[in-house]
Design a protein around this ligand. Sequence first.
Ligand SMILES: Nc1ncnc2c1ncn2[C@@H]1O[C@H](COP(=O)(O)OP(=O)(O)OP(=O)(O)O)[C@@H](O)[C@H]1O
Length: 287
Amino acid sequence: MNPPDARTAAASPPLIRITNLNFSYGDRPILKNVSLDVPRGKLTAIMGASGGGKTTILRLISGQNHPPTGSVFFDGVDVGALPQKGLYALRRRMGMLFQFGALFTDLSVFENVAFPLREHTRLPEPLLRDVVLMKLNAVGLRGARDLLPSEVSGGMARRVALARAIALDPELVMYDEPFAGLDPIALGTTARLIRNLNDALGTTSILVSHDLDETFAIADHVVILANGGIAEQGTPEQVRQSQNPLVRQFVNAEFDGPVRFHYPGATLEEDFGLATPSTHSRTETHA
Ligand SMILES: Nc1ncnc2c1ncn2[C@@H]1O[C@H](COP(=O)(O)OP(=O)(O)OP(=O)(O)O)[C@@H](O)[C@H]1O
């Protein structure tokens, strides 16, 4: 496994440091002893099979879930140790773009972006207007301010959600599958925009995505989750060259590998009456 980019690590401490984190839903373990640094000012992608715990990591970073053991530090602050008020203050430093954007359908594009500003600041109206228009300008939608979400395309709606995620000038923006449901052109536009906003605003970004090519094209640092732990991390190039079979299967989009295509069960021989009792074996197990 590759360590985070050495130059970044030397330049400044990570914005997020996760140490020895364990997390379960009920008695089902999801994350097992995970330690991870998210470098400041960079775009880190978290990838891996469905249900691997990627969204759970985002929820642990924002303090929506609490780890029974291990810690999440945001800019040196232990998120799990914060009282409710401190947690709210911390969340103002984070922007979130959830899967499918989740805009308020009865509010205009302008009011969707204005929403977090109205909720969390007391900006006078003319200043609020300027901030909203600047954010909309950054995503190319200043001219669409008066439209309703139903009047813009899916790709544009995602860009409105992006403008809303950066409305409060967060230090960290977390994107949970921001490309879901987008056509290839809108997907490419959104990916470029995420990269450009990260650089232009000097934020740190965490991107959870299944779109390998687009994600590898824009990420500085890639983390592959598998079996509750980090199977690999490094630059996109380093991860592509990983020899870990779990990573190879994922990166090469292989149909079968350590993660089995077949759900565990009876063998073909058993189901079709071709086997003698001695050859009955349940080999199709998950890695
Ligand atoms: N609140 C919850 N209660 C119980 N189980 C949950 C809860 N939230 C998520 N899970 C389960 O925990 C596992 C990890 O969920 P998580 O959403 O973190 O995975 P993911 O890697 O983001 O998946 P995907 O790529 O499909 O979005 C999944 O199997 C999910 O069904």
